[in-house]
Design a protein around this ligand. Sequence first.
Ligand code: SF4
Ligand code: SF4
Length: 286
Amino acid sequence: MTLSILYRGPLSSCNYACGYCPFAKRTETRAELDADRAALERFTAWATARPDIDLGVLFTPWGEALVRPWYQAALATLTNLPHVRRAAIQTNLSCKLDWVEACDRDALALWCTFHPNETTRDRFVAKCGELRARGVRFSVGVVGLKEHLAEIDALRADLPPDVYVWVNASKRESNYYTPEVVAQLTAIDPHFPTNNQYHASLGEPCRAGHQVVAVDGDGTITRCHFIKRPLGNLYAPGFEAALFDRPCTNDACGCHIGYAHLDRLNLGTVYGNGLLERIPLVICVQ
Ligand code: SF4
Ligand code: SF4
């Protein structure tokens, strides 16, 4: 059985303060953090006990998780399991990076987001350099806010050409981008046009719910982060029976972590084994 899991535990706090984010500078009590740690350790123990599954994991936390040592430990454990083909995490890359030495770098990947209002480009790029020196696969990206266009350009210029820089389209306002800005952002991220739209998905086949699922801290399985109807529980015997092909029930899908699995977009041919961490097979910089 092949399965990719998007794991999001109860953690909901962050050391950064991005203006558009509900987790900005949110803190949690010791008890809340302990609950997140316990949930993650349960998940890691489950993964360890399932060598029959060819497993990929992407941590998609609400907030920043890599400043918590239990996420670093979970990545070390998961990447060293022979049946885990990939363990990846979304991060603002503010943490120290010595923990990656305990990971199998063939299975580890980081999805790193640059927040120009929260750190300097120099500091962020230096962290990317450290990831390269430590042999870690990673993608880098940024929200495509118009006020950050110069920083996005400079970020692309500061990174080696073989580091993929994605740009997440800001879709809250319709017609936010002029054609010139779309061209500018597409020159940085050739896949920006794919992200800069909602993909009609109602009734469409999607691997989410079959080969890809979302799991929360209690083990509740949903097909993706965008359709909340539970399919079962990861920790219940026989949960696999609930995973089968079914059409999407949402009108549209607008995030990479969702539409990447929509059959008709065929993005497996674009990203190959880098689909979870968002690293395309071919990285072209104009
Ligand atoms: S780094 Fe991410 S989680 Fe933290 S405040 Fe910014 S957008 Fe939110
Ligand atoms: S298309 Fe998007 S919303 Fe629909 S099932 Fe797939 S991931 Fe979920």
